[in-house]
Design a protein around this ligand. Structure first.
Ligand SMILES: *Cc1c(COP(=O)(O)O)cnc(C)c1O
Length: 430
């Protein structure tokens, strides 16, 4: 499979180069040259396939022969070593729980898949390893740290803003050691992000084989298609139209859902639910794409002012807004609405939603007004414990600590403190 840059100013590359580069040299995102729908027999028979078999058929065309089938199957088995249950929250509304992985965030899926692909591509060049450089506001860092731990030939450097991530998130980033290093930046998330961007453009660092591990990387993005298929497998027998709502930040998840639809998955409609960072909802209303600096909210993994994957979604609709709107809506909600909804869901249905899931639920309810016979699914992207400082006071409850989290809490934090880009550069070149 070949991938082209959405900036159309770089040469086409294979899967391996797209994964190891992250971004194309012209700074465009990579996109698959061909998308072939899966055969009807696959959908007719999906209830007889397990998660690993489904995932293999879904991802195979995007990897091609660059990873042998047997190895790709092993990578998938390691990636999907946990469950993806659907919880019925109210009649015809389900939460697709993506938080049962090692760091309790959906990003575990993409991080685990990408790390193992990179590990495979690096297996013969121990002296020329890749460095994964990632800035995190909290959730991504933990999933990347856990996903890449012990992967040979890959070093991981995570930048996080000192004092700005939760205690649990900090422990997930800073206690693993081995090939994972946490750089604690004296600054805010934007400072971390700016340093990472600068490093990717810095020619002095070319020999370090830097790559990114956020959803611009196709190996993080593509496996996010899997769970839309898993949900379909579960709900197929009800024979109703499906509406999916994704709590959206960089729009990687929802973009993977739309690609799943391109592969033939019968999804009626998508909702990108956002917090007050509403660049896409505004675009759908007035046709003007006007990114703004991000604003802080209680659903902070979605505090994104210029969603990086939106250009991939537009590509799938030939940049035609009217076509896009037939399949896709996007709504924005305030923190106040989010908190109220967390309370209502808990009171009425005894379901504990995290702030991101609650935003997804709000968008779903709104869109379902247009689809009275549909089943609605919202993605629950993080376990409520990851946002306990918001969830516990809002619902007036105490959450038990799950074992995945407990195992890191007692470990010792190790971080390297940095302040400037020069500090980062000297760390990387040392
Ligand atoms: C990353 C993240 C999101 C946003 O996902 P995108 O694919 O960037 O839209 C939503 N919720 C949580 C908990 C996340 O960590």
């Amino acid at each position: 499979m070949k991938y082209y840059s959405l900036n159309h100013n770089a040469k086409k590359v294979n899967f391996k180069d797209a994964v190891t580069d992250g971004l194309a040299p012209d700074k465009g995102l990579y996109f698959p040259e061909e998308i072939t729908a899966l055969p009807k027999t696959f959908f007719d028979n999906i209830e007889n396939l397990d998660h690993k078999e489904i995932a293999f058929q879904v991802i195979q065309q995007f990897v091609g022969d660059e990873i042998p089938a047997e190895i790709l199957k092993e990578i998938i088995a390691e990636t999907l070593s946990f469950d993806f249950p659907l919880a019925e929250v109210e009649e015809n509304i389900y939460a697709l729980e993506l938080f049962h992985g090692p760091t309790m965030a959906f990003k575990d899926v993409g991080a685990r898949f990408m790390s193992r692909c990179l590990g495979y591509f690096n297996k013969d060049k121990k002296d020329n390893e890749n460095t994964v450089l990632v800035a995190t506001s909290g959730d991504t860092g933990g999933a990347v740290a856990s996903g890449f731990l012990d992967v040979e030939g890959v070093k991981v450097v995570i930048l996080y803003p000192s004092g700005k991530v939760s205690d649990i998130q900090e422990k997930q980033l800073t206690t693993l050691g081995k090939n994972i290093t946490a750089l604690e930046v004296d600054g805010v998330f934007d400072d971390c992000q700016d340093m990472v961007k600068k490093a990717f453009l810095d020619e002095d660092l070319n020999s370090k084989n830097l790559t990114s591990a956020n959803s611009i990387n196709i190996a993080r993005w593509l496996p996010q298609m899997f769970y839309f298929f898993f949900a379909y497998k579960n709900l197929k027998k009800q024979n109703k139209p499906l509406v999916f709502s994704c709590p959206s930040g960089n729009f990687g998840n929802i973009c993977a859902g739309i690609l799943a639809k391109k592969l033939g998955l019968p999804i009626k409609h998508f909702v990108a639910s956002t917090n007050i960072n509403d660049t896409v909802p505004r675009f759908l209303v007035n046709g003007l794409y006007e990114p703004k600096p991000s604003e802080s909210t209680i659903s902070n993994a979605m505090d994104v002012g210029n969603p990086s994957n939106f250009c991939r979604i537009q590509e799938m609709y030939d940049n035609d807004l009217e076509q896009l709107k037939k399949d896709f809506s996007s709504y924005s909600f305030s923190d106040k609405e989010t908190l109220e909804t967390m309370k209502t869901i808990y009171k009425a249905n005894n379901y504990i939603a995290d702030p991101h899931g609650a935003v997804g639920f709000l968008g779903l309810k709104k869109e379902l007004e247009n689809h009275p016979n549909a089943l609605g699914i919202f993605l629950e992207t993080a376990h409520p414990i990851k946002f306990l400082d918001i969830v516990e006071p809002a619902l007036n409850i105490k959450l038990p600590i799950p074992k995945q989290i407990e195992s890191v809490l007692g470990k010792e934090k190790k971080s390297v403190k940095i302040k400037t880009y020069a500090d980062l550069k000297s760390y990387l070149t040392y």
